[in-house]
Ligand binder design. Structure first.
Ligand SMILES: Cc1cc2nc3c(=O)[nH]c(=O)nc-3n(C[C@H](O)[C@H](O)[C@H](O)COP(=O)(O)O)c2cc1C
Length: 150
């Protein structure tokens, strides 16, 4: 069983809904899961986390949701060693924004990887244009992701 920290970046609640749904799903499977949407590296205890699921939407023109900008900036500024962490990324976006589709998820993915965190599975990109049920797509994806987390 794993202890999983789900970090949510959201402006209008879709990524929060996905994160909350996955927390319930993981907990029902016997894992320990927590959702956070704000706080410092210390608040999130990233130094002691082993499994992180980053779940974020994109806003503006390829921008991070406001609530995870402080986390992003702290990671960039302090460059912690995250090589003890296995992570996955769920990126919510909209294909209408062709140039910046799921860009916030891509930015956070690249950042975690650059700090030594170990990506498990492929990034899930959920298109709001074609997927009215992002939580269901996320649950399906998470089954394989969890199996790979081990
Ligand atoms: C003002 C605005 C700007 C957006 N910009 C982008 C974008 O640049 N790229 C993208 O893939 N999706 C973009 N989206 C789509 C959102 O990421 C998508 O609707 C997502 O499901 C919202 O999730 P949230 O409710 O968790 O914020 C934008 C949506 C809005 C309302």
């Amino acid at each position: 069983m794993s202890k999983i920290l789900i970090i949510v970046g959201t402006e209008s609640g879709n990524a929060q809904m996905v994160g909350d749904t996955l927390m319930d799903e993981f907990t029902a499977q016997g894992h320990e899961a927590e959702v956070v949407s704000e706080g410092s590296l210390e608040d999130m205890d990233l130094g002691n986390q082993e499994v992180v699921l980053l779940c974020t939407s994109t806003h503006g023109l390829g921008e991070l949701p406001d609530n995870i900008i402080p986390l992003h900036d702290e990671l960039v500024e302090t460059k912690p060693d995250l090589s003890h962490i296995k992570y996955g990324v769920i990126a919510l976006g909209d294909q209408t924004y062709a140039e910046t589709f799921c860009k916030a998820g891509k930015i956070m993915d690249a950042l975690l990887s650059s700090l030594g965190a170990n990506k498990v599975g492929e990034r899930l990109e959920i298109d709001a244009c074609t997927q009215p049920l992002p939580d269901e797509e996320a649950i399906d994806w998470s089954k394989e992701w969890l199996a790979q987390v081990g």
